[in-house]
Design a protein around this ligand. Structure first.
Ligand SMILES: C[S@@+](CC[C@H](N)C(=O)[O-])C[C@H]1O[C@@H](n2cnc3c(N)ncnc32)[C@H](O)[C@@H]1O
Length: 407
């Protein structure tokens, strides 16, 4: 006798509704771009579980119910997945700084490769013949050269997970070893403050630790030495945070730009890439909007004796569409997380550069902008990730695009 086979929708419709507070046993299938573990609920909906590892078998409690997905917190690890390790930090899970310390470092890098490939193909429609590489940090801990933290009333630390509260700590294993003493320094300097105040702690290649209140910008600048140049970076100006990858990232970005006559750099900051770019191109124009970054950039170029760089102090989306720029050999861009505004993207495409070298700290906006540039006649010639933030799901990625007609 023929047996009726139930469809997934029919099965789901017979499953009792899932409610907040309900406990479930789930297996983690993979990690999502935001860092949470991903599982399937009995009704087929996706469940996001923070602090989970792939193949963990968990007892979880549902904390949020949405039409298409659920969120849950771990109650008990019933069987750990093979990549789960003991987190070394005493405030892991409470502090908002790290969310992946429970994952073996090679597994973190592998997860970032998959996330980068998935994001570029799913959002960007990029056809990948292989999963792109991710340059690992030489060490998974002790890498961080700059951080913002809270200090007051005799305590210091980072913000707690999903909160603005201070999560007090006496040690932070992701900080560069020389910077760990700064936790104690800011605790001492802020002992008289009743409410926690934001501090910046930083370390350059030149050695001394700098601490200062963010609001007052009182810390001294740091200096990063790279390719024989000195890049001074003041408080308030963006600085690449992983000291162990300064050189690797710099080398790969400059290898991608190559050499030539005319280069245009957008979102240049204090000139982490600009000085090296100016040593490879005879005519360089940069656009940057932050006054403190421009002051650093001017000094850095002057000290290096590089006088063929035009600095434009403006927002990229305002100046690029409104002014005529000569066609560059290369456009190098390193925008904030939000990526390129529509008008800026149109203007970049209209420049008809021979190469676009796009560095991004957000794979999703990078994928969106890559898709738009492909729609404007470019093709992707290389993709590479950089693990600037081990123990977190954050990922830096570099995409190189060239005009389609050259293939
Ligand atoms: C991710 S940082 C990169 C800086 C530099 N490439 C580096 O590696 O140090 C982005 C930079 O873009 C600048 N910026 C942000 N929005 C901007 C805009 N709309 N127009 C121009 N610059 C902008 C910021 O001030 C910051 O210096």
């Amino acid at each position: 006798m023929a047996r009726k086979v139930e469809t997934a929708t029919e099965v789901a419709s017979q499953t009792p509704p899932i409610r907040i507070g309900q406990c479930l046993e789930l297996r983690i299938l993979r990690l999502a771009a935001g860092g949470d573990g991903v599982a399937k609920a009995p009704d087929g909906r996706t469940v996001f579980v923070p602090l989970a590892a792939p193949s963990d078998f968990l007892e979880v409690q549902i904390v949020d119910v949405q039409r298409r997905f659920l969120r849950a917190e771990i109650l008990k690890i019933l069987r750990p997945g093979p990549d789960r390790v003991e987190a070394p930090c005493s405030v892991f899970g409470v502090c908002g700084g790290c969310t992946w310390q429970h994952l073996d470092y090679p597994a973190q890098v592998e997860a970032k490769r998959t996330i980068l490939a998935d994001t570029l193909s799913r959002i960007g429609g990029v056809a990948l013949d292989q999963v792109p590489g991710v340059m690992p940090s030489p060490r998974g801990y002790g890498y961080r050269a700059r951080a913002r933290m809270l200090a007051g009333a005799g305590e210091s630390g980072f913000r707690a997970r999903r909160s603005h509260r201070l999560c007090a700590t006496r040690a932070c294993p992701v900080l560069a070893p020389a910077l760990e003493s700064a936790l104690e320094d800011v605790r001492r300097m802020s002992a008289a403050d009743q409410e926690p105040i934001e501090w910046e702690i930083a370390l350059g290649s030149d050695g001394p630790v700098r601490c200062g209140r963010v609001e007052k910008k009182t810390a001294l600048p740091i200096v990063i030495q790279i390719e024989g140049d000195e890049i001074q970076i003041s408080p308030g100006t963006f600085a690449q945070a992983n000291a162990l990858l300064w050189e690797g990232l710099h080398r790969r970005v400059l290898a991608a730009t190559g050499r030539g006559r005319r280069a245009l750099e957008l979102y240049a900051g204090a000139g982490f890439f600009t000085l090296a770019l100016a040593r490879r191109f005879s005519d360089v124009t940069v656009i940057e909007s932050a006054a403190c970054a421009i002051a650093d950039l001017q000094q850095n170029l002057e000290r290096a004796g590089l006088d063929h760089v035009e600095i434009i102090s403006a927002r990229v989306e305002s100046i690029l569409p409104s002014r005529r720029f000569a066609r560059p050999d290369v456009v190098l861009l390193d925008p904030p997380r939000s990526g390129l505004a529509e008008s800026a993207l149109e203007a970049v495409a209209n420049l008809q550069a021979e190469k676009i070298v796009y560095l991004s700290c957000d794979p999703a906006t990078l994928a969106r902008d890559t898709a738009r540039l492909v729609g404007r006649g470019y093709r992707v010639t290389s993709i590479e990730g950089f693990d600037l933030f081990p123990q977190t799901p954050h990922l830096e990625a570099l995409v190189v695009l060239e005009p389609l007609r050259r293939s």
